[in-house]
Write a protein that binds this ligand. Structure first.
Ligand code: NAP
Length: 357
């Protein structure tokens, strides 16, 4: 089978490094272009990433000597790249412009960035939850004036620790959700070396995160109407997001009330949920989407984040709550399921659905 030729924009960053590693032996995608800022352009990948390499595994051999390109110039990719992944730390307007530039060059963009998450004709997709939102892409192409080019985004990383667990429970009429997320430092592109202030500490603020945590689920549960995704109007979600001294893995403490309160058995049964990636056997799909732990002290980031190669969603401590009805703990790997892995899964879904042409 001919592989898709793929570019990685932001290849030297925390999420980019995960892409470089995940695509090393991907059955469908061949990482053919590595792009970053003009600071890295012209250097080999190994030189450009240097001390910033944050993964335990070494830099894959294929990437070491590839010359990093300046993402500001898409010319070398035009007609050559089938699509790009994008994970950059630019201002929103700059990211928006960069992604549109690639889409308008007929290079589809699968993005980890937040810049386009609320553009009404850009799908924000967790492949197991709202794959039907990809149907908005033809409307976006019409607006952009493209035949192939489009932008598809994944949601914020912390959502993956509670939205997949709430989704199969929507049939019981979710009314209110309160969620506290305990987020790993890799979510800020940091390691313990580059974020020494997190040692023996908790930082009770992550800029913009609470707004994303409350708002993005409503777009994911929205409907395609009139060429746009119209966000759902309920449930009400309130969030608090804390940075904690964990390398990888975002934990969520979730409280939820229902119109028709389910039993514990009904919730556990609903969590046996399978989505389109499982039915289609996509290469990066976890075999088991949700794993429930019976042990009182699980799931834990250090023990459980790599379940299903970092693509599984973990749950535990499901118990009745006197205020809300039910409460539980969720966990997911933020740079795998929550970032690069989630984007690769989204790209696999786009590929099988024919969106890369
Ligand atoms: P990061 O480690 O700070 O890396 C940023 C990347 O952006 C680097 O490759 C950098 O290249 C590149 N870059 C900077 N300026 C650029 C420019 N003008 N043109 C092209 N590339 C440029 O950030 P990160 O943690 O990987 O996050 C990247 C994006 O993913 C952010 O939007 C973030 O919100 C999102 N995200 C992160 C996570 C996570 O868990 N970390 C999860 C979900 C989503 P140089 O090395 O050349 O500077």
């Amino acid at each position: 089978m001919k592989k898709y030729r793929v570019g990685i924009i932001g290849a030297t960053g925390m999420v980019g490094q995960r892409f470089v590693t995940l695509l090393e032996s991907h059955p469908w995608f061949c990482p053919s272009f590595l792009l970053a800022s003009s600071r890295s352009a012209g250097k080999t990948y190994a030189e450009a990433v240097g001390e910033k390499w944050a993964l335990d595994a070494p830099i894959p051999a294929y990437a070491k000597d590839m010359v990093v390109l300046d993402a500001a110039d898409p010319t070398p990719l035009i007609g050559k790249a089938d699509f790009v992944f994008c994970a950059v730390n630019l201002k929103k307007e700059e990211t928006r412009a960069l992604e549109e530039m690639y889409a308008k060059c007929e290079i589809p963009v699968v993005s980890n960035n937040s810049a386009h998450r609320f553009t009404p004709d850009v799908p924000m997709v967790i492949p197991e939850v709202d794959p039907e939102h990809l149907a908005v892409i033809p409307f976006q192409r019409k607006r952009l004036g493209t035949e192939r080019g489009f932008i598809a985004v994944k949601s914020n990383c912390s959502l993956q620790s509670y939205v997949p667990l709430l989704h199969p429970l929507r049939k019981f009429g979710i009314e209110k959700v309160a969620v506290c997320t305990y987020q790993a430092i890799s979510g800020a592109g940091k390691t313990f070396k580059t974020m020494p202030e997190i040692s023996d500490n908790v930082i009770p603020y992550i800029g913009g995160e609470e707004e994303k945590s409350e708002r993005e689920p409503l777009k994911i549960w929205g409907e395609l109407r009139g060429g746009e995704i119209v966000p759902a109007s309920s449930p009400v979600i309130t969030a608090q997001c804390l940075r904690v001294p964990v390398s990888d893995g975002h934990t969520a403490a979730v409280f939820v009330s229902f119109k028709n309160k389910p039993t514990k058995e009904e919730i556990l049964k609903a969590w046996e949920y399978e989505g389109e990636p499982q039915r289609l056997h996509l290469p990066s799909a976890p075999e088991r989407f949700i794993t429930y732990f019976e042990e009182d002290d699980r799931p834990q980031p250090a023990l459980d984040r790599m379940k299903e190669k970092g693509m599984g969603i973990m749950a535990g401590r499901l118990r009745e709550d006197p205020l809300f009805g039910w409460k539980f703990i969720g966990l997911s790997h933020n740079t795998l399921r929550g970032a690069a892995g989630g984007a690769v899964l989204l790209a696999e879904l786009l590929a099988v659905k024919g969106y890369f042409g």
